[in-house]
Every structure is written in C-alpha cells, then in structure tokens.
Design a protein around this ligand. Structure first.
Ligand code: NOJ
Length: 515
C-alpha cells in the first residue's frame, strides 16, 4: 500500500483555467496557483488535485492530452510546475496531477503514427478494427479520417481515441487483442513511463481518469482491468512508495484491491452520493422541478439511499473511499442547496472517513451558472467559472480585459475577501470544520465509522468513540444516548440532556464521550 501522507490529507481541487491568472491573458496559470497556496493552506487543506495541465488542443478541457510530458503553454512552463511542487511542499501541501490513461487527443503524436497505413511500432497503441467499414463491437468508433484501412474506438468525445490495453472477452480475434499481447503491454509501459516522469520531479501522485475502463469487454467484476492496474500501480508503488493514486472508479472493492489508495464516490445516476446532494429533476429550461436530496430542508428522504451505496464495511480495510463537495463535472452544490443546507452537507462530508475533496470555490458558495459551452464543458461549464477573490477588477481573478477571460466572472457572487471579513461566513464555517477534523483524530480519514441511529430525517453516526448527528429536516428529532457526552461542536439548535440529544431544525452536533 502506498503513501502514508494521505492519512491526514484534505484535498482542494483546482480547475487551472479558472483559479488565478498571473499574467493578464485571462486564463488561470501555474504561477497564479503558486501565489494562492497560502490561501489553500489557510483553509487547512494540505493536498491539491490539479485537473490536466498538459499540452492539449483543449476540446475536453485538457482531458484530450497531446503531450503528456509538456506543460500547456497557457499555464506556464515545466519549470513553473516544478516550482509549484516545491513551493507547495514548503507549505506542507502535496500535489496530485491528473493522469488520463485511457485515451489521448487525436492530435497526440502516438495517434498520428498509429493512424498511418504502413505498419510501425505504434500501430497497436490504439484500438483499430480490421477495416475501414468495420463496426466497434458495441463501442463508439470513427472511420474515414486517416490513411489506415480501419476504424478506431473512442473512449469519450470524438477527439479522444482509446488507448489499447486489450480485451478480456474477445469477440473478434481479427483485431481485438488479449491484455498480454505486445501492443497492450507496451501501452502499459508507456503509462508507467509518464507516471515516473512526473513522480521523479516532485509530483506526489495522480487522480486517475476513468480508471475502470482501460480493458474493453471487461464487464462485471473488471478482472482484466484490475490485473492491468495491479501491474501499473504495483510498479509505481515499489518505485515511489510515497506516491498516492486516487481512482475515478466508484467501486472501492475493485479499485482499492488493485492498487489504488483512494477511490471516489461519484455522482452517477441515482446513486448514493447523488441522493445526498444532487437528487433533483430539471425541466427543459434547467429549473428544478423536484429536489429530494437528503440535505434539502424540504425533502422527505432519510439517509438510507446513501448508506446502501456507501458500503463502508466492504472497503474499510482496503483503503479510502473519498467524498467530494463537487467537481469540474458536477453542478456546484450551490445550484440546489442554500447556505444552511450547504453547511450541513459540508459538516457531514468533512466528518466522514476518507480524504475529503473540496472543489475550488465551494468553500465560499460559488454559484452554478448556465453558460454557453467552453472547451467541451457543456452543462459542466457553469461549474468552471473564475474563482472570486475580491472586489477588484475581474474579482481578483485576472487583470486582463473582461472580453479575454476564460469564462465570465460572477459579479454578484461572494468573494473570499468579503467572507474573510464576515465571521459568520461559509468560508469561516468550512475552516472551523477542517480545524475540528484536525483537532480530533476520531474524525480523521481512517478512524472507524458506524451508523448509530436513523430517524425520519436525522442521522447519528459514530467516528471512533465520538457520536455525531445531523438533522437536515425542519422538525426536531431525538437521539437516545448510550453514555455521557459533551458537545465539542454544533450548528443550529442542539440540546444535550441527561440521556437524550435533541436536534432541532437543520442542526449538526459532534459529541465527545466524558471520561
Ligand atoms: C472524466 C473527467 O473528469 C471529465 O472531465 C472528462 O471529460 C472525462 N473523464 C474524459 O476524460
């Protein structure tokens, strides 16, 4: 198992385009992130996840990598990235880059070489079918664009051809290869090489994009994809014992068993994470028709939907399952949750096991905005707007011209500056939650969790021998206590009686046992 530093890691995710522009071109950059490291530290976060910063045509915001070893010119230079690692480390902050192992840009030199009619060492780097009129065996494919007499499989958008890690169930041996064929094995080595390149220069690990989808026709248990990761993660952990790997997988019993240190709980469909915060239906105009998210005051849901999918006992001995406040793919939590509802959601997320991930700007309640698509963002674009720092030009994000900004700033939105000055702000609340987690090891990443009591809306849970309760609803609910406690942290109307905890409307409490 990998890095020990993740035991007390609290992450902050940065979408580099939109965090801080240091040179006035309207787009965020690495020097801008370096300038803001003290702010991130002041929150109590000690780790970063940066969305891709590599050279790219940016048809999917950088998830279409053109050169894995080159920093995109708009973000700065390789030296800037190495300086970011160094400056972050000086402040005790670790840095995860984003690894996109499953596909590249269609402009990547590997792909251009692979697309040539003549056979060459990269012919099998991507998944090509047997001729230009062949379908993709259930996978999306593109044909007619290149001299090679074949179609190729894509992983996501049209610009993202799938790298070849092989097939588990081979339906057509004419073009589908087993995972241990020379082409797929060489792809694995190429991914290890990219990881070594950045880890040897000061990067602390990777968030791994679509980690579950490397091997094709690997339905069900994902045994072949797990075998590939056992090899890749095994080699990386042997060579870089302090490297952390966090997977976009959403099946911790698989991801953690094949070498990942942490796995995200993702916002898919109606799953448990969505039921906490994003369980709404929209009309065609994007208005919320109905919202039964657990943290919505007017909802009628209890927390059972979340717990059924959280399955703590199935993964607790393998590593961490990480909860996010949101990310660059989700609608921001301020889309549907008001200030009080968000405080309760953060109270829960920041007192649960696993390393928490805060999406930049969620700590000040940045809004989701309906905006025209940018760089393949579509509905995700509205969660990717510039960070709101202060009341200066472009809200402190950039001294560039308004027309040049990556996305428009939210002139009506809260800023870090305004919330710093208000002791009752969300920003201060988030800081106090992080400080609470840091003060009490019982609330830490690896301390045990157990459900204690589920009411109509209320949920009480244990972390170590601490007892916590959250009541997102509008009516008071009670928890019968098993011993004597004192309240170490609370929000809203909370009353501790001899053997009962009374949790009023929209409240949260952390109880410590009396010695
Ligand atoms: C997941 C990433 O989070 C998302 O932003 C990206 O578009 C897809 N994977 C494709 O790489």
């Amino acid at each position: 198992m990998g890095a020990s530093w993740i035991k007390d890691a609290i992450f902050y995710e940065i979408y580099p385009q939109s965090f801080q522009d240091s040179n006035g071109d309207g787009i965020g950059d690495l020097n801008g992130i370096i300038q803001r490291l003290p702010y991130i530290r002041s929150l109590g976060c000690n780790a970063l996840w940066l969305n891709p910063v590599y050279d790219s045509p940016f048809k999917d915001a950088g998830y279409d990598v053109r050169d894995h070893k080159k920093v995109a010119a708009r973000y700065g230079t390789e030296e800037d990235l190495l300086r970011l690692f160094r400056e972050a480390h000086k402040l005790g902050i670790r840095v995860l880059l984003d690894l996109v192992p499953g596909h590249t840009s269609e402009e990547h030199p590997w792909f251009l070489e692979s697309a040539k009619a003549e056979e060459n060492p990269l012919s099998d780097r991507y998944i090509w079918t047997s001729n230009a009129f062949c379908g993709g065996d259930g996978m999306p494919f593109i044909g007619g664009e290149h001299p090679r007499d074949a179609t190729y499989i894509i992983n996501f958008f049209k610009c993202q051809p799938a790298l070849n890690f092989g097939y588990r169930d081979i339906h057509d041996p004419g073009w589908q290869m087993p995972i241990d064929a020379p082409g797929p094995l060489a792809t694995r080595e190429a991914i290890k090489d990219i990881m070594r390149c950045w880890l040897s220069r000061g990067c602390d690990g990777f968030r791994v994009d679509m980690a579950d989808s490397l091997v094709k026709n690997d339905h069900g248990y994902k045994s072949a994809t797990m075998e590939v990761w056992k090899d890749i993660a095994g080699a990386i952990h042997r060579e870089f014992p302090d490297a952390a790997l966090v997977s976009e997988w959403n099946h911790p019993e698989q991801a953690l068993a094949c070498g990942f240190d942490m796995d995200f709980m993702l916002d898919w469909g109606g799953n448990g994470y969505n039921q906490l915060m994003r369980y709404y239906q929209l009309d065609k105009q994007g208005n919320i028709l109905r919202d039964n998210s657990y943290f919505k005051a007017g909802a009628d849901a209890d927390i059972s939907g979340f717990l059924a999918d959280y399955r703590y006992d199935e993964w607790k001995d393998l590593g961490m399952r990480c909860l996010i406040t949101g990310n660059h793919d989700t609608k921001r939590c301020a889309f549907n949750l008001d200030d009080t509802e968000r405080r309760l959601a953060f109270s829960f997320l920041l007192t649960m096991p696993g390393a928490p991930f805060i999406y930049y700007g969620d700590e000040i309640g940045m809004a989701y905005r309906w905006l025209p698509t940018k760089e393949g963002g579509y509905h995700r674009t509205g969660s990717r707007t510039p960070m709101q720092w202060d009341g200066s030009e472009n809200m402190g994000f950039s001294r560039g011209r308004e027309a040049d900004l990556y996305l428009p700033v939210d002139q009506k939105g809260a800023t870090v500056e305004s919330q710093e000055q208000d002791p009752n702000s969300m920003l201060h609340y988030v800081r106090s939650l992080i400080a609470l987690r840091r003060t009490h090891p019982e609330l830490g990443n690896e301390s045990p969790f157990a459900a204690y009591h589920m009411g109509k809306r209320l949920f009480a849970y244990r972390r170590g021998d601490f007892l916590l309760a959250v009541n997102p609803g509008r009516e008071e609910e009670k928890v019968a206590l098993d011993r004597e406690y004192t309240v170490v942290f609370s929000m809203g109307p909370v009353a501790l009686e001899a053997d009962t905890l009374r949790m009023g409307k929209q409240s949260f409490a952390v109880l410590k046992p009396e010695k």
